[in-house]
Write a protein that binds this ligand. Structure first.
Ligand SMILES: [Fe+2]
Length: 198
């Protein structure tokens, strides 16, 4: 076959595909650049674990708020001015106890209550975590640095599109007399997912 008839096939790079999709959407009048900037702003500045941490701290100092939080997490989040997308129809808040450790996962993909606990970390989306935490939760937690006594019951909760979870960790004993602000500062993302204790 003469050289000029050869067709060289090449797969487009991710960047080229993104540009092509963006150009197609822009041609239809969607403002893709603005949407991308808005989304990354929200992901970095607004959807942060600090929100969930503040809800936990409030629950630790205000027994009435704690009751409302456990009864209807979504309303309790909105009450503090935090947003949840419409399709996050339920926020179930899971209360830890000395002998109960709640852990969240999403076996199908990567769902979290991301406006409250932040976008999911890479390990949460990893097939290893998603498949193993439901079958050998105690071992997985130990590998992640959380060694639980044998009498602690581990409860694993599998997130769905419309039902999101957040763990309410136990308040550490050494924090008596702390302000809500001080308390919020010690609540970590991992403790809200349930793979760490405070
Ligand atoms: Fe998911």
């Amino acid at each position: 076959m003469p050289d000029q008839d050869r067709v060289v096939m090449r797969t487009a790079t991710v960047e080229e595909r993104v540009d092509a999709i963006q150009a197609a959407l822009d041609a239809k009048g969607y403002k893709t650049q603005e949407a991308v900037e808005d989304l990354s702003h929200k992901a970095q500045e607004e959807w942060i674990p600090r929100n969930g941490a503040r809800m936990v701290a409030r629950a630790w100092v205000d027994p009435e708020y704690r009751k409302r939080l456990l009864a209807n997490g979504r309303d309790a989040a909105l009450e503090m001015g935090f947003q949840m997308p419409k399709h996050h129809r339920h926020l179930v808040v899971l209360e830890n106890a000395p002998n109960v450790q709640n852990v969240i996962c999403c076996t199908l993909c990567s769902c979290t209550a991301f406006t409250l606990i932040g976008l999911p970390p890479d390990w949460y989306k990893d097939l290893q975590y998603r498949s193993r935490v439901v079958r050998e939760s105690r071992t997985v937690l130990e590998e992640m640095g959380l060694k639980l006594a044998p009498d602690v019951e581990v409860r694993v909760w599998d997130t769905t599109a419309d039902t999101r979870y957040m763990v309410l960790p136990e308040r550490p004993a050494h924090t008596a007399g702390w302000t809500e602000e001080q308390l919020a500062a010690i609540v970590t993302r991992d403790s809200l997912i349930g793979v760490a204790r405070l």
